[in-house]
Every structure is written in C-alpha cells, then in structure tokens.
Design a protein around this ligand. Structure first.
Ligand code: ARG
Length: 462
C-alpha cells in the first residue's frame, strides 16, 4: 500500500478498505494528463517564486522521465499505489529525492483530479467530434451519389410519400451536425481550469491560477474554489450529448436492420460487417447495427448513474465523485467504437436502387399528389381527399397502382382527371416538384448538400 497520507493514523488500512477506496485501476487512464497538469503547476510555482528555478527544472525532468518510462512500458502503473496522483508523486520522490516532495505545494488531490478529468475529457471530446465528422463525410458522399435514388418515405412505418435516399440520409446529416454543435458548446463551457482551488478553499500561497490555465490551454480559470472541486456538470451534459449521439446511431441502425431484411432488401450490409449463424447456414446477420442499438442503453445508463450520484452531495468534494470515472470512460469507449464501426458499415453498404424505387411505386405513395392534381383543377382539398381514398380502395381491389389504371377508369371516379394526370403522379414529379428548402426534390437537396459541404469545411475540428 503506497499512499500519500498516514501521519494521523495509528493503524494500517484494512486491505479490503484499501482496495475499495483505491482508484488506480481506472484513473491510471489519465496518467499523461496528470503529469501534464503537474508540470504546469510546477512552472507556475516557480514563476511565483514558491519554487526555485533549479527545483522546477529537476522536478520537470523527473516527471518527464516518469512519463517516458510509462509510455515505453519500462515503468508499470501497479495497484500498489492508491491512485495515479500517488503513483506519480511517489515515483518522483524516488527519482529526485527532496525536491519531489514539493510538487504538491498549494494543491490538493481534489483540484488535481478535477483538472485531470477535464484534461482527459477534453481530449476525448475532440476525438469523438472527429469521429462524428468522419461519419458526416461518408453521409455527404452518399447524399451526392443518391439525389436521384427514389425510395418510399414512411410515417408510422407505413409508406407515405416518395423521397430520395439523399433526402433520407440528409435527415441524419442534420442530427449528427447538431451533435457536433452540442460537443462544441460543451467544450467551450467546460474549458476553465480548476487547478489552484485546493481542497475546497483555495490556498494561502500566491498562486497565479490564470497562468496555469494558460499553460494548459484553458479559456481561463474557474471562479469559485468550492464549485471547482465539486462540479461534474460538464460530464453530465457530455453524457447527455453522447446519449443523443447514441440515440441517433440507434435509430439509424434500426432502419438499416429493417432495410437489410429479406422483405425490404433496400440495402445489403457488406460481408465484412455481418456475421453468420452457428446453425442456420443461410444467415447473414446485421450484428454491428444491432450492437450499436444495444450499446445505446449502456451510455444512457452512465448518464442516469452520474446524475443520481451527484444529486444528494453536499458541497464540496465527496468521495462519491470518484464514481464519475469508470462509467464515463466506458461511455467514451462505447461511443467511439460505435461511431467507427457504424461509419465503416455505412461506407461499405450496397444500396439496391431498383428495389427502393419499386417499393416507392407500390404502396400509393403518390396518393397525395393525385389529390393535389384534383385541387389544381378546382376540386376543394377535402373532396379530393375523399375521391382519392375511393380510388385507392378501387386500386387495392384491382391489385393495381394508381398510374396503372386507364384514363377511363380514373374518369369514372372523377371526371376531372385528364391525360396529364399520369405525368403529375409519376414518381419523378412527386419527388422533384417538391422544391421548398429542405424538401426531397433534387434541386433542393443539392442546395442543402452545398451548404453542408461548406459547413464541413468550416468545422474541421473543435
Ligand atoms: N481518486 C479520487 C477521485 O477520483 C481523487 C480525489 C481524492 N481526494 C480525496 N480527498 N480523497 O475522486
């Protein structure tokens, strides 16, 4: 047991208590950020005359040595230390002796861990944002390719009106664009440095907190030392944003699972992204999409878990907050894995255009346009709606689509129909006459694609 305290204790910690309390098994994940934070702290202490320049240099090279040895595998982070902070300090003292004992001047593990978690989270947010951007790039490519790929649009999972694949994918483009906006907002809000807040009440050393913040690339320093050590809001809002990303991926996965069924056959997932059955030789299952859908629950769980952990905590730091880490790390890893695999699956997926077009043609997706035709010839909409309802019923009895009826059959239902109705209710007209901004018509979608392209250029990274 290697711990940073013990002076006021007369007994050794019980081994089970030690194990229960220790966080090294998971906070070792931010060893780099911990050392980065310590180096900034030491630079600031020297600038303020709290450490000498020699002390600063010897501590800095000591920490750099530890970092190098950890990265090369020469030095292992073992569970004999209580947490990553103890690991670094103990190793530093081992290496450089007395100056190492000054590292923790004007600092507490409470502000230290608040800093480490923020630094780690900042890096993760950037990585996740990059992965969402990669997904958007693939969506953009697919949209460009499929502005003319007609498919049925659904409401209630019932065929509604014809759209194009580009338009359908464009809906997800908007969702993931908002997801990136959310990450960017959260990044800006969390980007204030808590170091120098001490255990809860600041410190009597003349620290320059703004300087530390600057060294660590923060927007500034936090303004209340109690809040600094007990704020986990940024993790909560981030877990909420990650849950929303997962919710979007899950909806998309659900659609791909449906589209990939034998009944739809709109898409075929690449062999590299499918799996087989141990018993049924014919099977090719959409496991990746299913796993993405399934793992969504895990990320929601992290959000609810942290909200619940935080809800009854008095100010300032409480050990409960140590529970913020494992679930957040798990959420980061889950979201990153899902984004990367989903993007690969989408990138390699085949779209069966003919099947989509055929599906749009059968199912009366042009019924609204047939009603609009009557309206354009003077029939009030409500009457037109009734006429087309009867027409659809007739078609169902005949086993035909509206456009497969003869003009005389159509005229029997409404004398208003003329030869030009066939043109008015063709799939091409139904889609491409819908040209309002955001609608599926090819020209309208191309306009949006151009705007999105600009957006992607402008938003390269956080
Ligand atoms: N392992 C702790 C955590 O993750 C670090 C802070 C410990 N502070 C303390 N006063 N025991 O929250």
């Amino acid at each position: 047991m290697a711990q940073l305290w013990g002076g006021r204790f007369t007994k050794e910690t019980d081994q089970l208590v030690y194990n229960f309390n220790a966080s090294i098994s998971f906070d070792r994940k931010f060893y780099k950020q911990d050392m980065q934070g310590s180096m900034a702290h030491v630079r600031m202490l020297a600038k303020q005359g709290i450490l000498t320049e020699e002390e600063r240099d010897v501590i800095l090279s000591g920490i750099e040595g530890i970092l190098k040895d950890v990265e090369s595998g020469k030095l292992e982070i073992t569970s004999e230390y209580e947490d990553i902070h103890s690991f670094v300090e103990a190793n530093l003292i081992d290496r450089i002796g007395d100056p190492g004992k000054k590292l923790h001047t004007g600092r507490s593990r409470n502000d230290q861990v608040a800093l480490d978690m923020k630094l780690y989270t900042r890096d993760e947010v950037c990585e996740i944002d990059g992965l969402v951007r990669e997904l958007l790039v693939i969506l953009q490519r697919l949209m460009e390719e499929h502005t003319g790929t007609v498919m049925p649009g659904f409401t209630h999972l019932q065929k509604a009106q014809p759209i194009t694949l580009a338009h359908h994918l464009g809906a997800y483009f908007e969702m993931f664009k908002r997801d990136r906006d959310r990450l960017s907002d959260i990044y800006d809000r969390m980007n204030y440095c808590p170091l120098g807040s001490g255990a809860l009440a600041g410190t009597t050393y003349p620290l320059d907190r703004e300087y530390t913040a600057e060294l660590l690339d923060f927007q500034g320093a936090t303004l209340n030392s109690m809040d600094s050590v007990s704020d986990r809001d940024y993790l909560i809002e981030l877990l909420s944003a990650l849950s929303t990303i997962m919710m979007h991926l899950s909806r998309f996965s659900e659609e791909i699972i449906i589209w990939n069924t034998n009944e739809y056959r709109f898409v075929e997932i690449d062999d590299a992204y499918s799996t087989g059955s141990s018993i049924m030789p014919q099977k090719k299952n959409p496991d990746i999409a299913e796993l993405v859908r399934g793992k969504t629950g895990r990320v929601y769980g992290a959000l609810i878990s942290l909200l619940t952990t935080m809800k009854g905590l008095p100010l300032a730091y409480n050990k409960d907050m140590q529970e913020d880490k494992e679930l957040t790390f798990d959420a980061f890893d889950t979201v990153k894995g899902c984004l990367a695999l989903f993007t690969g699956m989408l990138d390699t997926m085949k779209f069966h255009k003919n099947q989509m077009a055929a599906s749009a043609r059968n199912g009366f997706t042009n019924a609204t346009d047939a009603a609009d035709y009557l309206v354009n010839h003077g029939v009030p909409f409500r009457d037109a709606h009734g006429v087309i309802g009867r027409l659809v019923l007739y078609c169902i009895e005949q086993g035909k689509a509206i456009e497969e009826l003869s003009l005389s059959e159509l005229k029997e239902i409404s004398p208003v129909f003329e030869e030009d109705v066939f043109e008015a209710i063709s799939m091409d007209t139904c889609v491409n006459k819908r040209l309002t901004l955001g609608a599926p018509g090819e020209k309208a979608v191309k306009q949006v694609i151009a705007k999105n392209k600009e957006w992607l250029e402008k938003h390269r990274s956080l």
